[in-house]
Design a protein around this ligand. Structure first.
Ligand code: GLU
Length: 241
């Protein structure tokens, strides 16, 4: 195994002050990169335009500089896989979404907040974990255009399949997830507003990330990211949670 190709990333969302858990994740990535003579990338995940704040991004930079930590590629220093701020990478996500729509792995969903809320409540009452039923999955072209004509703006969902997804985690070993429990999860708010899972998958591939090392709160996102990666024909990184 060659040790010169490792590429890892720390991908904070600039929605508040940087916390110690984030610094811990960054440190693991940085040390792994340094040990393997690899590259440590800083990517700013600011697709949530309402919650992302430039001052939080500043705080992330300042906090890391104060700690004496530095990255090899990032929004402030550039690099071969830039830009490194997701708000500047919209065309990548739109292209990926178009591809998923074209190959039938994504579809527009016109359900209202109220409808989704009612669905969720019914599932909770039956002791089920909440997931989207797939109501808009098989709408005909006529039904879709009727929704559009009525002024409804869709979000976009991934069309999950059946069976299990096995995450081969470098720390936890094999972790199995049932696709039916993932449901048809949402991947974009509009054609130009990707949600976290879609943007992360597109960028991890475009930035040639080899190892995704992050907090365990993201373990349950991993099967979703694996499905998206597969549907887009991308190369999967290794995962460590
Ligand atoms: N933006 C995500 C967060 O701050 C990053 C998750 C990831 O590393 O994929 O939690």
């Amino acid at each position: 195994m060659t040790h010169d190709t490792v590429r890892v990333r720390f991908a904070p969302s600039p929605t508040g002050a940087i916390h110690v858990g984030g610094i811990r994740t960054a440190l693991f990535n940085l040390l792994f990169a340094r040990q393997r003579n690899g590259t440590f990338v800083l990517r700013i995940e600011d697709t949530d335009t309402e919650r992302s704040k430039p001052e939080s991004e500043r705080q992330i930079f300042d906090g890391f500089h104060w700690l004496g930590l530095s990255w090899d590629e990032g929004p402030d220093i550039g690099g071969p896989c830039g830009p490194y701020r997701q708000s500047e990478r919209t065309t990548f996500y739109t292209d990926a979404l178009k591809k998923l729509l074209a190959n039938g792995r994504a579809y527009p969903c016109y359900c209202t907040k109220e409808e989704l809320e009612a669905e969720r409540r019914a599932q909770e009452e039956h002791g089920q974990a909440p997931f989207y039923s797939g109501k808009c999955r098989n709408l005909t072209a006529e039904e879709r255009s009727a929704h559009e004509k009525g002024g409804k703006v869709p979000i976009y969902r991934f069309a999950s399949g059946a069976g299990t997804v096995i995450v081969e985690d470098m720390i936890r070993g094999k972790v199995e997830f049932l696709q039916e429990h993932l449901g048809d999860f949402s991947i974009a708010r509009s054609m130009t507003e990707p949600l976290y899972n879609l943007a992360a998958v597109v960028d991890d591939a475009a930035m040639r990330i080899t190892h995704v090392i992050r907090g365990e709160e993201h373990l349950s996102n991993t099967p979703r990211q694996m499905l998206l990666s597969h549907a887009l024909g991308l190369t999967l990184p290794h995962f460590a949670h």
